[in-house]
Design a protein around this ligand. Structure first.
Ligand SMILES: Cc1cc2nc3c(=O)[nH]c(=O)nc-3n(C[C@H](O)[C@H](O)[C@H](O)COP(=O)(O)O)c2cc1C
Length: 203
């Protein structure tokens, strides 16, 4: 790969950052060895104390959609403070994209539809896991999983109301790409009265 890279003409033409994101994401999907949709999700509690963990991006529309347990640590924090940030770093293409925005729970039909598309084992895991609560031992969870599987062998599985999708609607998006001599390039989109403005930033 060329060590010097800049934004190409088409990339600079996008007026909506999600279009540029999609174009980089497509590139990452071809080259990233694992989980090109993995992203760091940063939340903060009501005292403003930050927290970060990886989640998987499961949809791009007006924002970024991911799924989790609403009773988890991140669910509790998002309930206390809907401001969040997301960061992708694709090592294979040496690019980073950062988002800031507000997160809200998506509608239940959308969550149902994604939940129902998952393999049965993953659905059972989502139902049984009391995500982020203290677990006596991994064996306990394995037993609970087995028990639930046996008891519900031929039954339809419905999405528990604590397992939901969230959408981050961005108000700021920054694209970073690696260049020679650390002359990295940064392009930031900021939403100003519903219009995206674009600026380069010093690296
Ligand atoms: C690559 C990767 C992808 C992950 N994807 C998800 C996900 O989509 N949803 C989720 O709830 N947890 C996911 N996790 C687990 C989270 O990082 C985290 O351990 C879990 O959600 C509990 O976080 P919390 O206690 O901050 O709520 C993923 C972990 C990794 C390493």
């Amino acid at each position: 790969m060329n060590t010097y890279q800049g934004f190409n003409k088409q990339e600079l033409n996008y007026s909506d950052p999600l279009e540029l994101f999609n174009s980089w994401f497509e590139e990452a999907k071809k080259l990233e060895i694992n989980d090109p949709n993995a992203m760091a999700l940063a939340t903060a509690n009501k005292e403003g104390f930050p927290n970060v963990r990886m989640v998987l991006l499961k949809g791009v529309d007006t924002g970024l959609v991911f799924y989790t347990n609403n009773n988890s640590q991140k669910g509790v924090e998002l309930d206390q403070n809907s401001n969040a940030a997301i960061c992708f770093h694709w090592k294979s293409i040496r690019k980073q994209v950062r988002f800031k925005g507000k997160v809200s729970i998506i509608n239940s039909e959308e969550s149902d539809s994604y939940f129902n598309s998952r393999p049965r084992g993953s659905r059972i895991g989502a139902i049984v896991s009391k995500q982020s609560s203290i677990l006596e031992s991994p064996k306990t969870f394995a037993e609970e999983y087995e028990k639930y599987s046996k008891e519900n062998e031929n039954k339809d599985l419905t999405r528990p109301d604590y397992w939901v999708g969230f959408r981050l609607i961005p108000s700021e998006v920054e694209f970073w790409l690696n260049s020679e001599f650390r002359l990295h390039q940064r392009l930031r989109f900021k939403l100003d009265s519903n219009v995206w403005t674009k600026n380069y930033l010093y690296p």
